[in-house]
Design a binder for this molecule. Structure first.
Ligand code: SAH
Length: 218
């Protein structure tokens, strides 16, 4: 489901190739994910003043106190998410600039994404429209609540760190589904929860650093 982004200024092919090489060295193995990361324009999501750093392995400010996640962490979370039993629906919590939304849109049939900050969501909408993606559903909402009407989700990917696992999201996870999320306060770690027929199985992964997941709309 790789999207054709031709015609929207896909310059920087070289820097994207270099980014993919670096992701490989950092341990990302899933070729499909690497292919999609190499195909996705990241520079258009970043302020012109900073766009020369778009493909560096850093997080960058996107306004309103938020950041676009570094390429490695996007690749890592998405790689874990595509290990779900099915790839029909994914829920992204924290649309931010919309970059990860675009990555997910090339790997899942439909992407639902919630963002609590209206202004960020508006900007993300404009960009996704420019990219002519038709399988993304953006919503101004609170990730602690999720999107019950669209559930169950085969994967849930959270781009902001809660201090506890939101119960609504556990309920909205499909059997065979995977939730990938950072958790914690000053010390955070990446975790996966897999839902089986009759339980939830949690695994703890590496230490990470995300913005906090906050309740309510802004
Ligand atoms: N994937 C995004 C990450 C942005 S940072 C990107 O690469 O641009 C995390 C985002 O989560 C922020 O935009 C923040 O506003 C949002 N967020 C924090 N708490 C939230 C909540 N409860 N519901 C929805 N979005 C939330």
């Amino acid at each position: 489901m790789k999207h054709d982004f031709a015609g929207i200024g896909m310059t920087s092919a070289r820097t994207r190739t270099r980014m993919v090489e670096r992701l490989r060295q950092q341990g990302i193995r899933n070729e499909e994910v690497l292919g999609v990361m190499g195909n996705t324009p990241r520079h258009i999501f970043i302020d012109e003043a900073l766009s020369h750093r778009a493909y560096d392995d850093v997080s960058l400010p996107i306004g309103l106190g938020q950041t676009i996640s570094q390429p490695y962490i996007v690749a890592r979370m998405v790689e874990l998410a595509v290990g779900a039993a099915r790839r029909d629906k994914v829920l992204e919590v924290g649309t931010g600039c919309g970059y990860q939304t675009v990555v997910l849109a090339q790997l899942f049939k439909t992407v639902y994404s919630v963002e609590r900050i209206a202004q960020l969501l508006d900007r993300a909408r404009t960009r996704l429209r420019e990219l002519r993606l038709t399988n993304t559903r953006l919503r101004h909402g609170d990730g602690f609540i999720g999107i019950a009407e669209a559930a169950p989700f085969d994967a849930i990917v959270m781009a902001a760190a809660p201090t506890y696992v939101p119960d609504a999201l556990l309920q909205q996870l499909a059997v065979g589904g995977r939730m990938v999320f950072p958790i914690g306060n000053t010390e955070q770690e990446l975790r996966i929860i897999e839902r089986t027929e009759d339980s939830y199985v949690e695994s703890k992964l590496e230490k990470v650093r995300f913005v906090p997941m906050l309740p309510g709309l802004a």
